[in-house]
Write a new protein. Sequence first.
Length: 140
Amino acid sequence: MIEMVVTNSLHPDAMKVRKEVFIDEQGFHDEFDDIDEIADHYLLYVYGEIAGCCRVFPSKDNRTYTLGRLAIRKKFRGKSYGKLIMRKVEEWIKKNSIPVLELSAQVRVRPFYEEIGYVASGDEYLDENCPHIHMEKSFV
C-alpha cells in the first residue's frame, strides 16, 4: 500500500530521509534551514515505511512555487516513487492555479526532471560543491 502525507511542518520522517540521502550518502552539510518552517512537506510511505519526501514553498514572487529536497531512500529507488511524489505536487500546483513550479536540480538527475517536462535554464552553479541547474515547468 502506498500513502502520501502532506504536512505543513518538518516531520521527523522527512528529516530521516533527508539525513540519509543528502547528509550521509551525498555529504551535504546545510540540509535543514528556515525554509522548512514555511514549506509543505510531502512524505511517501510504502507499506507504512517512509520511502521518500520533498518540500514545496512559495517562491520570492509568491506567484510561483519552488520544489526542493526531493529524496528517495536507497532501498526504494528504481520504482518510480520520485515521479509519484512529483505527480502529487503537480496536482496541487494545478488545482491552485500556480503558473510555474521551479527547482534547483543536481545536474546528475537533470534527465529525471526533463523526462517529466522540466526545462533547464541558465548556467550550472555549485551548491555545496555539487553542480546544480535551475529548472522549471509551466502549468498555464
